[in-house]
Structure formats: structure tokens, C-alpha cells
Write a protein that binds this ligand. Structure first.
Ligand SMILES: [Zn+2]
Length: 320
């Protein structure tokens, strides 16, 4: 057996100023087995997870291109075109299946669903008979095109994200079982039509997001359920598929996949009021900051987060 791995990673803030060009991906443009293995072996990344999962089974790994950039503004049309062509083109089509490492919230000028287009091209090159697995960030804006062109979709279960490695191992294991004919994954997606801010998405604190995750984990205990992905979505992206998504993957049971995805969708909609984020008015925030004896105190507007591609030109440093 031979498994291919490729990837493309960027969180696109379509409200941020400027355009993201191809040069933004130059610091993480990793092509071929030698580069991929020397850079990612023994790392707790998605790529490290794929390497361990595939090598521990004695399976041959065919590394294509993995290109990543830090979050920033809209990707320029020509950059997206080149990137998709290079990543899809690097796929070893003699492989028995492919794992595609994605963020899930990439957007380009004229192309709001970059990952959907990449996966469509990967499917075109690999054919219908070989399985495609993809991993996604918890902030993925999952599109019908992504679901249509994959057999296995596995998103992070944590925010802050601490399980990229584990989820890649999980996706690779499902891919290997699919190739061996042990399982036949069927996917169903449901979207409640909710745009939620990241401040309300922590998965380790009590709250609605944790409740969705707990329900998803309970579903995953059933033998017919292969994976339940809960994606909070990335709201700083003005694209049609932005927002919360649930993808349920079952073994040969499309009806159950639909039923569970719908259950999570209803659960989400019923908890929508609990996602309202109460930001402090500026005066109140300043007076609270003044009460803190030891600094520094930094007042920030939550959406102006560099980790989400914003320029961070709004914080007010309040030094004592
Ligand atoms: Zn994220």
C-alpha cells in the first residue's frame, strides 16, 4: 500500500487590509519525501501525525507539496490559482489514497471556497475509486464541495488547538481501514446557519461548545460512527459557507450520519443565545484596567487578532 500526503494551510480574514500573495507561503513550502520527513518527523503537527500513522503500519508514504502561511487577508487570485495547481499537481496518483492537510477557511479573490476547489481537483486526478481523507481546523468553514470530494473529514476537537497530531493519526487510520476494505465511510453535513465569534468557542471550559463536543464524543462511541466533526467556523470571512458545521461519518450507514448531523444542528440552534459575546464598553474596560495594580494591561478588540489574520492595529497598551 502507498499513501500520498499533500496540504495547503491558511486562515483567510477577508476583512483584513491587503492581499496575500504567493510569497507568504515561501516559509512553509515543503515538497517531496526528504523535505517533508526532515521537517515534520517527530513533531506534534498534522504532518507528524501522518508520518507516524503511516510508517507504524509499514506503509509507503508519497509526500507531495505542503504549503502554509500565517493567517492574513484575502488571497490574490493568481496566488490561489498557482497554489491549487501546485498542490493538486504534486499528488502521486499511483497512491492507493491521499490525506490532504487543510485549514478549511481559505478564501481568494473570485474563489470563496479554495479548499473545495483543491479537493475537486484532487478527486479529478485520483479518480472515484480511491479514498480521499482531509483534516481541518476547528475554525473551518466547511462547504458542500469539500464534503462531496472527500471520503473522510476529520476536524480538530480542541480550541485552543492541541490535537492536530491526534486528528491526523485518526484520519490516516480511517483512510488505511477504507483502503483495506474494512469500512465504507459515508458523510453527512448539517449547518445551523450560525456565525459565532472565537471567544465563545473554547472547548475545555463549561459552555455550549463543550456540550456539543461531549455529545459528539458520545456519538463516536457507537461502533457505526467513525467520526463526528464539530467546526465552530471562522466568522471573519465573508463567504457563503462561513459558520458552524457538523460532519458525521458513519460506516455504511448514511441514514444515521444524517440523523446525527441534524441532531447536532438542532442542539446548536437551540443554544444560539448562549453564544452572544458581551464585550465591555470602553469606559468600563478602562476603569477596570485602572483598578489592576500591576501591569501591563492590554485592552483589545477581540476581532483584531493577528492569530486570525487581522492587523492588530486596535489594541491600547496601558502601561503602569
Ligand atoms: Zn483555528
Amino acid at each position: 500500500m502507498k499513501l500520498a500526503v499533500i496540504g495547503m494551510y491558511h486562515e483567510t480574514n477577508t476583512f483584513a487590509p491587503g492581499r496575500t500573495g504567493l510569497e507568504a507561503f515561501s516559509t512553509e513550502w515543503v515538497l517531496g519525501n526528504d523535505e517533508f520527513l526532515s521537517r515534520y518527523r517527530d513533531t506534534r503537527t498534522s504532518m507528524g501525525g501522518v508520518i507516524d500513522a503511516v510508517c507504524s503500519e509499514g506503509i509507503e508514504l508519497a509526500c507531495g507539496l505542503y504549503a502554509g502561511a500565517v493567517p492574513s487577508g484575502m488571497i490574490a487570485a493568481d496566488a490561489a490559482d498557482h497554489l491549487i495547481g501546485a498542490v493538486a499537481g504534486s499528488l502521486d496518483t499511483t497512491s492507493d489514497g491521499v490525506l490532504v492537510i487543510l485549514h478549511g477557511a481559505m478564501a481568494a479573490e473570485g474563489l470563496p471556497d479554495v479548499e473545495g476547489e483543491l479537493l475537486r481537483r484532487v478527486r479529478e486526478r485520483l479518480g472515484l475509486s480511491k479514498p480521499i481523507a482531509a483534516t481541518l481546523d476547528l475554525h473551518a468553514n466547511i462547504s458542500p464541495e469539500m464534503v462531496r470530494n472527500t471520503n473522510i473529514l476529520v476536524g480538530y476537537d480542541t480550541y485552543p488547538h492541541i490535537d492536530a497530531y491526534e486528528r491526523a493519526v485518526e484520519a490516516a487510520a480511517l483512510l488505511i481501514r477504507t483502503i483495506r476494505g474494512e469500512i465504507v465511510p459515508t458523510l453527512a453535513m448539517a449547518k445551523p446557519g450560525m456565525l459565532v465569534v472565537p471567544q465563545m468557542m473554547p472547548t475545555h471550559e463549561e459552555g455550549p461548545m463543550k456540550e456539543w463536543m461531549d455529545r459528539a464524543f458520545a456519538m463516536e462511541l457507537e461502533p457505526r460512527v467513525l467520526n463526528v466533526t464539530v467546526a465552530g467556523g471562522f466568522p471573519y470571512s465573508d463567504v457563503p459557507d462561513a459558520g458552524v458545521s457538523f460532519v458525521v461519518t458513519t460506516d455504511k450507514d448514511p441514514e444515521l450520519a444524517v440523523r446525527y448531523a441534524d441532531e447536532l444542528k438542532r442542539m446548536a440552534w437551540d443554544s444560539r443565545e448562549r453564544f452572544a459575546y458581551a464585550a465591555l464598553p470602553v469606559e468600563e474596560a478602562v476603569s477596570k484596567a485602572m483598578e489592576i495594580a500591576e501591569g501591563p494591561v492590554i485592552l483589545v478588540e477581540g476581532s483584531d487578532n493577528v492569530g486570525g489574520g487581522a492587523p492588530a492595529d486596535a489594541p491600547i497598551p496601558w502601561l503602569f
